[in-house]
Each structure stands twice: as structure tokens, then as C-alpha cells.
Design a protein. Structure first.
Length: 460
């Protein structure tokens, strides 16, 4: 007989926290604290709804979020069961201190790149821009901070802590124009101790290029249906890992909780570092965004990368890196080798945009816009091309993962796509089919179906 669990939570219906999040937090904490044991059965949706006097939809939303993150499993015809998530070792001796110093040719404009032209409130940005350049305190006649304007670093720290579940301070934040630029700074911090990096494969090639340019040895760690291969990671003998756990690029998968804990254990056991690229991690169409790995880190071993290029505007060119506290002294020694690559004015405008709450409204808006775009594209493909094309992943971020049956040569597909100003990334291929990712953020809705037809003509 299945060992059954009982809930002992008092749901606060007057709280501003949604009911399903209250229940989600309760169950997750019970699992993490080992009060709910592996293989124990949760109450059914009907039972839980009756017991807690809340709707079945609320229970479904809670269970679905826990399933996505790997805490529980839905076994058909049996019910919902607690997963074995493993344990997380960390040093009790590490005591962080908060006493930090304050501190053209061959270029195409692809139809599907960029962001939706209706997504950004340019009038708000103009107002904040005018305010910034007219205020004497901005001092537009001098350069800005090498590390990034403190006002923006403070807002980024608040943003990551509140919306991504992070644990950081402004002193840990470094601002720069793009992830590649920030990785260049990171290699300057690490190069004396690390000369080898493991990168998930398939993965973000532009990150790999930076490590290659700085003469790092590259180990490719395969990503399969069970997420990153931890055994391969240990066998690589590397002490540095580049990974995108909340929305794997390009496959779009979420790394389950047991794998996240295994990664943190790996970093602890080898005295290593994890570079977490939070690619599109905040954009999910069903349920909450998956909390970042940096917020789970108790060993000061996660380097966090984030960007506003997709969530706001790619032309803004503002990204950020959050380094562990133990790397701050190293960074202070080399920071003045670099000049700040992002406009001081734009940084202050963005800090006001965040401080005044516009970023939260904007995120709600773009979730609606891209969810609708996502649904229109997936429905159109399923209705018109389902005999040759399968949608593999589409539940978050700004791209789809598609599998297509085709005899066309890869080189011919890419040539055709380029002629039609369509950008795709082929993940793998055989003589009869391809797996590829398609970014759809820049496609206008009035041209959506024509775009998909042109894409299919190019690859099929």
C-alpha cells in the first residue's frame, strides 16, 4: 500500500500571495527539509481541494509547478508521488561578510530576430530619458562607473532577488554591453586558476567562442532527456561549468531539482564554479518562472548572467553578471583594465524604469504578447504541417524547438532561410530529419502565417 501524506497547512485566503504559491511553497519546503519522504503519495487533486477548501484548479497549478521543477511525479492511474531529490552538501564554515567596498558585410536583419514592435512603451522611456539628462545629479559630462552605475546595480540586485529567487548585493553586480563582453571580464578574473571549462552540448555557441578566444580547453557535456550528464561532468576533470538550468538553450528544457542539487554538490566537491546563464528564465507561459540556481547556492560558487536584450530591447545592450563574494577582491584588482561598455545615461534611465515599477508591468505585458504569438504559431503548424513537423518544446522563452522530416540538405535549408531573412539554429540532423530552434520574438502578428509558410518552404 502507498504511504500517504497529509497536509498541515493553513491557507491564508486574505494574503496577497496567490493560494497556489502558498501551497507550492509549503510542499516544496517539506520536501527539501525531508519531512515529506521520497515515494510517499500526495493527496489526489480532489482530496486536497476538499481538505483545504480551495478549488481543484489551485491544486492542479500547484502540482504542475512541482512536477516541472522535479519535486513530484505524476504516475498515470496511481497519483502524485514525492521524487527522490538527493541532498545538498555545503560548508558550515563559510560565513559571508557584507562589508564590501561600494563600489557589415554579411549582416542581416532577420524577420524573426529582435522583439515585438508593440511590446515596449517608448513614451515612458522618453519621459525617463528626458528626466535623466536634465537632472544635474546625472552629470552627463563625465564617464560612468567601470562596474556599472550603483543605482542600476542596486535595482538589478533587487530584481534578481525578488523575481528570480536570487541572493545578491549591488557590490556583486557588474554591468556590461552583452554576455560576451562580461564573459571576457570573467576570464580575466579566473584565468590564473582555471584553464578548462565544461559547456553543455548543444548549448550557447557564442559563450563557447569567448572561452576559445581566451585559450580555455573546452569540454562538451552532453544534454539528453535526463538533462545534463553529471557523470560526464565529473569525468571531465573540469572545475568550471557553463549551464542554462532554467531554460536550456537551445532545447528549452528545465533542469529538475535533483540535477540542480547534483550540480551544486559537484561544485562543492571539486571546489569549482558554475556559470549560470539565465537565458529567458523569467518568461514562462504556464506557472511561475523557475527559481535561479544562484539563489540555491550556499557555497558561494555560482556566477549568474542576465540580460535585458530580450525582455526590453536588444538595441539597449545592457547585460549583467553577478559574481560570488569570494571573487570580489579578484575583480577589484583587474576592474580598471576595462572601460564601461554601456551608456551611463541608459543605465540611469533603466534604473528609474525598474525603480518606478515599469519593469514589472512590462513583463506582464510581454508574457501576454508572446504567449498569444506562441499559440498562433503552434496552432498554425499543427493544423497545416503536422504530417512533417513536430513541436518538441514551446512552453517558455522566445523560441520553439521543432523537428522536421525532410530530405533537403542542411546547406540548402540555411541558404533558403537566409534568402528569406529567416534565422534558425539547427541542433542536430540526419539524412531524413532535422531538429532546430526558431526564435519568433520579432515576427509581427500580421505577417505570422506568411512567415511560417516561407520557413516551411525553406526547410521541407
Amino acid at each position: 500500500m502507498d504511504k500517504k501524506l497529509h497536509f498541515s497547512i493553513s491557507i491564508n485566503k486574505n494574503s496577497k500571495t496567490p493560494l497556489y504559491i502558498q501551497l507550492y511553497d509549503y510542499i516544496k519546503n517539506e520536501i527539501v527539509n525531508n519531512n515529506f519522504k521520497a515515494n510517499y503519495k500526495l493527496p489526489s487533486i480532489r482530496e486536497a481541494a476538499s481538505l483545504l477548501n480551495i478549488s481543484k484548479t489551485t491544486i492542479e497549478n500547484t502540482y504542475n509547478q512541482l512536477i516541472v521543477e522535479g519535486y513530484i511525479e505524476n504516475i498515470p492511474k496511481k497519483g502524485f508521488f514525492i521524487n527522490e531529490i538527493g541532498s545538498y552538501k555545503y560548508s558550515k564554515e563559510f560565513t559571508p561578510t557584507h562589508n564590501f567596498e561600494k563600489t557589415i558585410a554579411d549582416e542581416y536583419v532577420y524577420k524573426n530576430n529582435g522583439v515585438d514592435s508593440t511590446s515596449f512603451n517608448i513614451n515612458v522611456w522618453k519621459k525617463l530619458y528626458n528626466k535623466t539628462i536634465t537632472e544635474e545629479a546625472t552629470n552627463i559630462y563625465t564617464g560612468g562607473s567601470v562596474q556599472g552605475e550603483y543605482e542600476l546595480r542596486y535595482e538589478i540586485a533587487e530584481f534578481v532577488n525578488n523575481l528570480r529567487g536570487g541572493k545578491t548585493y549591488p557590490e556583486q553586480v557588474i554591468v556590461g554591453a552583452g554576455i560576451q563582453y562580461l564573459l571576457g571580464i570573467l576570464t580575466g578574473i579566473l584565468k590564473n586558476e582555471y584553464n578548462c571549462v565544461s559547456i553543455e552540448t548543444p548549448g550557447y555557441k557564442k559563450a563557447e567562442y569567448i572561452f576559445e578566444d581566451y585559450m580555455f580547453k573546452i569540454n562538451h557535456i552532453p544534454v539528453n532527456k535526463d538533462s545534463l550528464s553529471i557523470d560526464s561532468l565529473y569525468n571531465s576533470k573540469s572545475k568550471l561549468l557553463y549551464v542554462s538550468p532554467s531554460h536550456q538553450y537551445p532545447l528549452g528544457d528545465v533542469m529538475p531539482i535533483n540535477k540542480r542539487l547534483e550540480l551544486l554538490n559537484w561544485a562543492y566537491s571539486v571546489d569549482g564554479l558554475i556559470i549560470e546563464d539565465d537565458y529567458d528564465g523569467i518568461i514562462r507561459y504556464d506557472g511561475m518562472p523557475i527559481p535561479c540556481l544562484q539563489g540555491m547556492d550556499n557555497n558561494d560558487c555560482v556566477i549568474y548572467l542576465g540580460s535585458f536584450s530580450k525582455t526590453l530591447l536588444p538595441s539597449l545592450r545592457i547585460s549583467y553578471m553577478i559574481i560570488p563574494k569570494k571573487l570580489i577582491v579578484r575583480y577589484q584588482k583587474i576592474k580598471y583594465k576595462y572601460t564601461q561598455s554601456t551608456s551611463k545615461i541608459d543605465q540611469i534611465v533603466l534604473s528609474l524604469f525598474m525603480k518606478e515599477g515599469h519593469i514589472t508591468k512590462h513583463l506582464r505585458k510581454i508574457r501576454r504578447i508572446y504567449k498569444r504569438k506562441n499559440i498562433l504559431i503552434t496552432n498554425y503548424i499543427n493544423q497545416n504541417y503536422n504530417d512533417k513537423v513536430t513541436i518538441v518544446n514551446s512552453d517558455s522563452g522566445f523560441h520553439l524547438v521543432l523537428e522536421a522530416y525532410t530530405n533537403k540538405l542542411v546547406e540548402d535549408m540555411l541558404t533558403e532561410c537566409k534568402k528569406n531573412n529567416i534565422l534558425i539554429e539547427i541542433i542536430n540532423h540526419t539524412s531524413t530529419k532535422i531538429l532546430f530552434s526558431l526564435n519568433y520574438s520579432g515576427i509581427n502578428n500580421d505577417n505570422l502565417y506568411n512567415f511560417i509558410d516561407k520557413l516551411m518552404q525553406s526547410i521541407l
